[in-house]
Design a protein around this ligand. Structure first.
Ligand SMILES: [Zn+2]
Length: 130
């Protein structure tokens, strides 16, 4: 990976980090246009609670991404040479994959293994038995 590519991914990661830690991506009061009415209308409560439940379950998912973003940023700073390599097999990750998900840790093949760690019809390769 070139310095320019690393720089590009670093910017993407920082932007993602800002988005995930800021309040920008999730607006939980889409209908609230008049601040003065907050608390004055009991009927809006159930809807707001539902929106908040949705937002917080989305936030839980985003949490995993944020952790990986932080990890990737740390790696860029501390171990830039190995940034962009699969953490399992060490193969260089395609730049296109990194651009789409700069926090990605594994190549497609190893990601598949990570996604289904136990059970399920996992096809074993001969090399897995050596
Ligand atoms: Zn791999």
């Amino acid at each position: 990976m070139t310095d320019a590519q690393r720089e590009e991914l670093s910017k993407l990661l920082l932007a993602l980090h800002a988005e995930l830690t800021g309040k920008a991506p999730l607006k939980i009061e889409p209908n609230r246009t008049d601040e003065a009415r907050i608390g004055g209308d009991e009927d809006e409560q159930p809807l707001n609670e539902m929106m908040q439940a949705i937002a917080s379950s989305r936030n839980r998912n985003m949490d995993g991404v944020l952790k990986r973003v932080v990890k990737a940023l740390g790696k860029l700073r501390n171990d830039p040479d190995s940034f962009g390599e699969c953490e399992d097999c060490g193969d260089p990750l395609p730049f296109g994959r990194l651009k789409a998900m700069p926090y990605v840790e594994f190549c497609v093949e190893c990601q598949g293994k990570q996604d289904k760690p136990k059970g399920g019809p996992t096809r074993k390769k001969l090399t897995d038995y050596t």
